[in-house]
Design a protein around this ligand. Structure first.
Ligand SMILES: [Ca+2]
Ligand SMILES: [Ca+2]
Length: 92
């Protein structure tokens, strides 16, 4: 897992790797990424990314507005991660 974090920080993930990486922050194991979990993920990339950014990320990706990113919504995080977090994610 630490290896993936390093790769995320340097960019160059595939979409599948990004999803795996994000899911590794599902600490309560409910299969969804909540706000606290997303914030942890964002902070693992760089401390300068704020709580507010994670809220915006959730809002952008959370199509059914339940406050969580589930499996079908995780794709929506890809463009957010690229534009706002500066990750390099390649289609594979
Ligand atoms: Ca969770
Ligand atoms: Ca949702």
């Amino acid at each position: 897992m630490a290896f993936k974090h390093v790769r995320a920080a340097n960019g160059g993930l595939t979409v599948e790797e990004f999803k795996e990486w994000l899911k590794s922050f599902d600490v309560d194991g409910d299969g969804r990424i909540g706000r606290d979990e997303l914030r942890r993920a964002i902070r693992s990339i760089g401390g300068r990314f704020s709580w507010w950014k994670s809220v915006r990320g959730i809002r952008q990706a959370d199509r059914n507005s339940d406050g969580f990113i589930d499996d079908s919504e995780i794709e929506n995080m890809v463009s957010f991660a690229q534009k706002k977090l500066g990750l390099k994610i390649t289609q594979n």
